[in-house]
Ligand binder design. Structure first.
Ligand code: ZN
Length: 656
């Protein structure tokens, strides 16, 4: 375990206890082997002057909902120590009263709620207190010989606390335990099956002790001959099965979920252990992970995926019934991650970021389980205490802070011709509505799309192999495909049939028609397992109101329209909707430079403005108008519509 303290970095915080508290909290947060995503908490006790000039001791404790890695001064809740010590001395304190009293005891009403461990931090007689869920400690203590091992490693330098539900009961237990305790040689406190506390007179002392204590646990594990894990690569990754898994989990959850597959050497190696299913099926590494991962993963292999999510939810409902009290309502029973035997792990989330949080916890889980197993037997907490945490109001409250779902959140869309123009506008509109989007284009600039929810793939769609690979990249990255926007096209130069160059005709057919047929061919196996799946085509006003000299373009778009009608017939039984948009005169694309626009307007004897609004409504049609229409058609408003042709053209008398 690396000590990240840096004198130079720390120098500006000299003399400012809260600033030092922020600094070492961030150091802890930087190491995923110590804390993950909101886990762990820290505090500092400072004697301060009140508004009225009186001296008062204040506990600044991590605020609920803040992450140690990114915490700032305003992320700490300032709570009066005298209030905290009075609460610690109570025989009983309900959760609701605890929350109310902690809030009432704060000196700044605008600060966040203090951690549910605030009282525990208060009773420990040290200026600085640090708490993490270090992997090495969890491997050591989630073990039949957990307590004995802690003694072997630390002797009397740490207090050992059996597992007790966090919150008031734990604080109260520790408060009793330490009455009359001589802390002269005590550096920390190990909570079995939960984590570790370190404390000190200075920020540095407390942080150094945390790193030192965890390092000793790591050394002990290594000396026991452990610490390295098997590696491998996915043995039989079947992307259709991944899409099927995502579909079933989304259904159990009640809305679309992203499925993030991890086939990295460590994940595949874990999934290929002969005992993988058994050890992963014992439980989580620390109780607060159940909020993100549930108690158990879904465990399946290629042969028994069918029905496995259903049986998982059945087992979950049974677990709920066994431990539930009449006031509780069952949370959704969908798994949050899956162990895909032979291949790796899959994490689910309503978007890629949330799935990534789960993926980080899953990585820690698989490493810690393997360490624990090497130490003589991974043995996590049993169902009852974990149920208590999963259904604890104060823990559930953390999740409720999440922002509201956007209409297409959890959906996966593939958009062709997405580097510019209408394709780009569709990608933008779908992404704004919450979908994860894959943009496909010939233009290498498409690769700039590279963040959590957006992926750019360079692809020549007239190359069948490359097209198939682009569809597979989409499924590998997000777990499936729900929305296909088949937009890529070229405007071939106009010529009367008599003068038409055969190459011009062939090119238009290849790009504007044939490539779309091939793309749909490759997408159907995944759309079949999509969530409210749909294919949307970008046609042209030309189909119903053709012009002389545009045979190669118009015929291809007319063929595309016929493809939509046939596909709508073929795919309706599978609930895949297929529709087409016919835009007209969309000029805010690269194709239409001001010069080209001026020339065209002149040809018709119009001003540029008149030319742009050459429609019944005299309105300008923009790429974003088409994008918005496509995003709407991808949503529930068009949920019962297939085989439709929707104009986005401001009204055209020849079409009407
Ligand atoms: Zn904890």
């Amino acid at each position: 375990m690396k000590n990240l303290w840096n004198d130079q970095e720390a120098a500006p915080f000299e003399g400012d206890l809260l600033a030092q508290r922020v600094y070492t909290s961030q150091l802890l947060g930087r190491d995923p082997e110590l804390v993950l995503h909101g886990g762990g908490n820290t505090s500092v006790k400072i004697t301060e002057k009140t508004f009225f000039g009186e001296e008062e001791e204040i506990l600044h404790v991590k605020g609920s909902g803040w992450d140690l890695a990114t915490i700032a001064q305003e992320g700490f809740a300032p709570i009066r120590m005298d209030v905290l010590m009075k609460l610690a001395a109570l025989e009983f304190l309900s959760d609701a009263d605890m929350v109310t009293q902690l809030r009432a005891g704060m000196t700044d009403p605008a600060a966040p709620n203090g951690s549910i461990e605030a009282i525990l931090h208060a009773v420990l007689p040290f200026t600085f207190v640090d708490h993490t869920h270090a992997n090495a400690i969890l491997a050591l203590t989630n073990n039949a010989r957990g307590e004995a091992r802690v003694k072997e490693v630390y002797g009397d330098r740490v207090l050992v606390v059996p597992y007790i539900m966090p919150g008031f009961i734990l604080a109260r237990k520790v408060y009793e335990m330490i009455q009359g305790q001589d802390f002269a040689n005590i550096e920390g406190m190990v909570l079995l099956n939960h984590g570790i506390f370190s404390f000190g007179a200075t920020a540095r002392e407390s942080y150094d002790r945390m790193i030192q204590l965890v390092s000793e646990a790591e050394e002990h594990i290594q000396a026991a001959g452990s610490g390295s894990f098997p590696t491998g690569e996915p043995a039989s990754l079947d992307l259709v099965k991944l899409a099927q898994l995502r579909h079933d989990v989304s259904e159990a959850k009640g809305h679309a979920m992203i499925a993030r597959f991890d086939g990295s050497p460590g994940a595949a190696g874990f999934a290929q252990r002969s005992d993988a299913g058994e050890i992963a099926g014992r439980g989580p590494v620390t109780p607060d992970h159940v909020l993100r991962t549930k108690r158990l993963p879904l465990i399946f292999d290629n042969d028994d995926l069918e029905g496995s999510v259903e049986s998982y939810t059945g087992i979950y409902a049974n677990y709920f019934q066994r431990f539930s009290t009449p006031d509780l309502q069952m949370l959704d029973p969908a798994p949050r991650w899956a162990l895909w035997l032979g291949n790796g792990t899959v994490s689910f989330g309503s978007n890629m970021k949330n799935a990534g949080v789960v993926a980080d916890i899953v990585k820690t889980t698989r490493d810690t389980i393997q360490l624990g197993e090497q130490l003589g037997g991974w043995s996590p907490l049993t169902e009852a205490p974990l149920f208590e945490i999963e259904y604890w109001d104060l823990e559930q409250a953390k999740l409720k802070k999440a922002p509201a779902r956007r209409p297409l959140e959890g959906k996966v869309a593939l958009i062709t011709g997405a580097a510019a123009g209408i394709g780009r506008a569709c990608l933008q509109a779908l992404h704004d509505a919450g979908a994860a989007v894959v943009g496909v284009d010939l233009n290498p600039e498409i690769e700039e799309l590279q963040d959590d929810d957006r992926l750019g793939v360079i692809c020549n769609l007239t190359d069948d192999e490359a097209t198939r690979a682009a569809v597979e990249d989409t499924v590998k990255r997000f777990g499936g495909l729900d929305i296909l926007v088949s937009n890529a096209g070229i405007f071939t130069a106009g010529a009367y049939v008599e003068k038409l160059d055969p190459a011009n005709w062939d090119k238009s057919m290849a790009v504007n028609l044939t490539s779309h047929v091939r793309l749909l061919h490759h997408c159907v196996p995944y759309l079949r397992h999509g969530i409210d799946p749909t294919a949307i085509y970008i046609g042209s006003r030309n189909v119903h109101a053709p012009g002389a000299g545009a045979a190669s373009y118009s015929c291809a778009k007319a063929g595309l329209t016929q493809l939509v009608r046939v596909a709508a017939l073929e795919l309706a039984p599978e609930n895949i909707r297929v529709n087409i948009v016919h835009p007209d005169a969309v000029f805010d694309t690269k194709l239409w430079t001001p010069e080209v626009l001026a020339r065209s307007a002149e040809r018709y004897g119009l001003t540029v403005d008149e030319y742009k609004k050459r429609n019944l409504m005299k309105t300008e049609i923009k790429s974003a108008d088409v994008g918005r229409m496509v995003a709407t058609m991808a949503g529930t408003t068009f949920g019962k519509t297939t085989g439709a042709q929707i104009p986005v053209d401001g009204g055209n008398d020849r079409v009407i």
